[in-house]
Design a protein around this ligand. Sequence first.
Ligand code: AMP
Length: 274
Amino acid sequence: MQIVTSPSELRALRREWKGTVGFVPTMGALHKGHLTLIQKSKAQNEKSIVSIFVNPTQFGENEDFAHYPRKPEADANICQKAGVDILFMPKAEDIYFEEDEVLLKAPQKSGFVLEGAARPGHFDGVLRVVLKLLHLTSPTRAYFGQKDTQQLLLIQKMARELFLPYEIVPCPTERDNDGLALSSRNAYLSEAEKKEALKISASLKEATKHIMTGELQSSQIKERALKVLEGVEVEYFEIVDRNLMPLERIIKGETIILVTARVGKVRLLDNLWI
Ligand code: AMP
């Protein structure tokens, strides 16, 4: 595995490859969720690139950019063992120019609801860095987790509208044995908080159970799920379609239930695709 920090070196190495290339962009502090994306990339492509970059432009002023977990050595070991060909670990000044002025705007509607409403400008930063990274790695396929549903849908939208020649591959959410969706931010949770956090996936299970009995009214499902979440600071629990617009009734094959809650100081996201 080669560890590369400079975009020009990455491009030079990339140009030598003729076959299929998979790309997994991450912010590091790698866990099993990231690993499933890497394994999928390995299985579907001749070469695989992983990037680790804690992107400053997607963090708001009062967010955890400075404290976001960073574990470069452990991450490099994980990538090496997983058979990654290039690990790209640029610094902010390698990705952003001093006067980096060409901005991408997240879509007015779908980019500023849910996560976009809670974190204004977040998706501008996400799309900006993802586009840069996609062009630098020029992959056949790029892998993104359904764990970050809104991010995935906006990246798919960007790829379609800007005619990007890269296939965006969605990957299911990896969970721990108790059902908690894996996240780098889980590292902030105490044991007691982890228990509390289990209510998040439990609320989605409760919603599923309710839907299985034939209940399709969103308000009813939300009411039941919120009972499970009692004691947790819920930011939003929304039932939406694939364009992130609210749905009054569940339509199978078109519905996503999204929940974001705070446990202690940690913001946790989970979702369920129906
Ligand atoms: P991050 O490092 O949090 O930016 O995540 C990098 C990629 O891994 C994103 O596409 C995430 O959606 C994906 N990812 C994060 N957590 C999980 C998980 N538990 N299961 C599957 N994919 C995940």
